[in-house]
Write a protein that binds this ligand. Sequence first.
Ligand SMILES: Nc1ncnc2c1ncn2[C@@H]1O[C@H](COP(=O)(O)OP(=O)(O)OP(=O)(O)O)[C@@H](O)[C@H]1O
Ligand SMILES: [Mg+2]
Length: 281
Amino acid sequence: MTEELASTSLSLNESSADSTEPVVVYEDVSIGFDRKPVLDNISFKVQPGETRIILGPAGCGKSVLMKLANGLLCPDSGSIRVFGQEITTMHENDLFKLRSRIGMVFQESALFDSLSVEDNVAYRLHEDRVPEDEAHKRVVEALQFVELEHAIAKFPSELSGGMRRRVSIARAIISSPDLILYDSPTGGLDPITSTTIIELVVKQRDVSHTTSLLITHRLQDAIVLARNRFNLKAGKMELISDNGIDDSTKFLVLNEGKVVFDGATKALVHTTDPWLKEYIS
Ligand SMILES: Nc1ncnc2c1ncn2[C@@H]1O[C@H](COP(=O)(O)OP(=O)(O)OP(=O)(O)O)[C@@H](O)[C@H]1O
Ligand SMILES: [Mg+2]
């Protein structure tokens, strides 16, 4: 990516949330389906610029937790504040405005099969009636960011799993969101492709400093995120020297509807909790 593009991302992101308060606050949030509790009194905060990695066994409620953050689901009880606003009581019009500040990468990419890559990535810009020339320019920039500009005219059926995730990321970042929700962006990918997707997450984190929630099943992804920085000059991510850890990367581990860990990488790695030790081993 060119430095010019990087500065575009930065300047577009200057309208970020008020940096004095957390971007996301969950307080005593509970939700269940068909009388089966899924999340039980969940509380945590995400600070501006933080990348919060969400781990936990399959079916423990990670996607549900993420869908609560942009109002796709509403909790049975508790409070959720995003950008300082209570969203659990918001009307659909206000939720629509809220979602325009949030980029989401869905668990299975969720691209529209009948639309080209260009129209998939431009989807939100078309909704916002951005003029065609401007939309095209921004699609090209977003596709350059994910190194997929050559695929602009292709259709989702012509793409590999890794390419679909890239398109999905381009679609999520195109409106320079203040918050990005990545639901299992590496799910179902081989380890090498997974690392290239995580590199894009690291790049977005270090170039635009966008606050993010990221669900993953692979602890390896989380370790790569925590131990690397994006070097803009070299155009790739690099290990942080002296075994350093990225301070903006934090963890939330869920199990059986509860938060079993909320904190920094080092504390997670050195946990003495038997279940957690087993889970991350
Ligand atoms: N809309 C819904 N209606 C009914 N049940 C739901 C709904 N969404 C999720 N669930 C249930 O909530 C539980 C948690 O689902 P969720 O998708 O959040 O799990 P997950 O942790 O994301 O799993 P995975 O790691 O497999 O992606 C599951 O039992 C699921 O069946
Ligand atoms: Mg899920």
